[in-house]
Design a protein around this ligand. Structure first.
Ligand SMILES: *Cc1c(COP(=O)(O)O)cnc(C)c1O
Length: 386
């Protein structure tokens, strides 16, 4: 593939930062992880940040910290990566979905309200709702927060696509409308630590619980122990936790990348604006930007409109791939995956997400995409739709 759909940008400065850590005293559990956490928390205007091995485990410990367990429900969107739903299943809870808004492809707050009213009648309200900021654009968090206050659920924002974006006046990650916000630092995301993730919160008790769960449920703090400490060597396991830590090498890479976050998002906006202009006359739906949100533009998803002879997403996708353009599709609706079908979900359950999926293609979108490469994408797409 000559042009991928997404890729990382690693500079000499990033390499030097990682090498410095390799030559230092700590490869893990040293000073760089807390520095990375503090930098992200400060940028997002959240009081606490907990760095972990990836966003999937961040979602897991976020659910555990909020007490999700057997008998509970977690709701998310079908238009997401499977991890947004699997976090419920790891906790022994059940998962359900809320269909998407046809313009933003984000969880539809109106449909959420409708489903909550029905769940209230049935006595199975969700304990947690996980809105996913699809493609980097924030969900309608004001509306979702109002529903949380009315129906009594907690909110975890899956902001895996959205670091560097903002909603109303606050950066995504501020947790102004949620209990916890999760970021991913996978190489295709906005900034990377190779594998990596982070959970942000303004609730000190939640942060403390997530730190405990990140590292085996073990504490060295006498205040958290059952009975007195037996000495300086002493620790206690007080919860069933995991080893979900981020390494110092990864944190050094992330901290170095973080310096360029604003530039990256700005560059993504320039690329999106160029696509918007170049594709305006084609039979495509380009991404709609909600006025309340400034997207981080992780993805640039288009919808290929049906032609006279029927759907043509597949032909356009295959044509782009054959031309060496690494397009992708985000997302296969989670409820249609075989594992979820075995729980009783079926095609037709969430028609907006399915309708969007049937037409979607994610075009190449990353900060180092060159103008020439972008023009090649546009030219190829034009040729295929002619
Ligand atoms: C990438 C992604 C995840 C998982 O992130 P990892 O860091 O790879 O575990 C979760 N949710 C969404 C929406 C994602 O895009």
């Amino acid at each position: 593939m000559t042009i991928p759909y997404g890729r990382q940008d690693v500079t000499d400065g990033d390499v030097a930062a990682v090498v410095d850590v390799l030559r230092s005293d700590w490869l893990t559990q040293g000073p760089v992880v807390p520095r990375f956490e503090q930098a992200i928390a400060a940028h997002c205007k959240a009081s606490q940040a907990v760095a972990v091995s990836n966003a999937t485990v961040a979602l897991h410990i976020a659910c555990r910290a909020l007490g999700l367990g057997p008998g509970d429900w977690l709701w998310t969107t079908p238009n997401t990566f499977v991890a947004s739903a699997n976090c419920a299943l790891y906790c022994g809870a059940q998962v359900d979905f809320v269909d998407v808004d046809p313009r933003s492809y984000n969880m539809d707050a109106g449909q959420l309200e409708h489903k909550l009213l029905e769940a209230q009648r049935l006595g199975r309200l969700p304990k947690i709702v996980v809105p996913v900021h699809f493609a980097g654009q924030s969900c309608d968090m004001r509306a979702i927060r109002a529903l949380a206050d009315r129906f009594g659920f907690r909110i975890i924002e899956d902001a895996s696509h959205a670091i560097g974006g903002s909603y109303l006046d606050a950066p995504v990650g501020s947790c102004a409308y949620s209990d916890i916000t999760v970021f991913s630092f996978h190489p295709v995301k906005i900034i990377t630590t190779a594998e990596g993730g982070m959970a942000l919160t303004n609730d000190d008790a939640l942060a403390q619980r997530m730190r405990l769960l990140r590292s085996h449920g073990i504490t060295r703090d006498a205040a958290d122990m059952d009975g007195p400490s037996e000495g300086a060597w002493y620790y206690q396991q007080v919860e069933l936790g995991y080893n979900y830590r981020l390494t110092e090498l990864q944190a050094a890479l992330g901290l170095s990348q973080f310096d360029r976050l604003a530039d990256y998002v700005q560059r993504r906006h320039a690329i999106a604006a160029a696509y918007d202009r170049a594709l305006a006359d084609l039979p495509l739906v380009t991404p709609w930007q909600h006025p309340d949100s400034r997207s981080a533009l992780h993805l640039y998803p288009i919808q290929v409109e049906d032609g006279a002879s029927g759907p043509r997403r597949k032909a356009v996708f295959d044509g782009l791939r054959s031309a060496g353009i690494g397009v992708n599709v985000h997302y296969i609706p989670v409820h249609t995956q075989p594992y979820f079908r075995r729980m009783g979900f079926k095609p037709g359950d969430f028609p907006q997400a399915e309708r969007y999926y049937a037409r979607a293609i994610s075009l190449p979108m990353y900060a180092t995409l060159t103008e020439d490469d972008q023009q090649a994408v546009v030219r190829t797409l034009r040729g295929l739709l002619a």
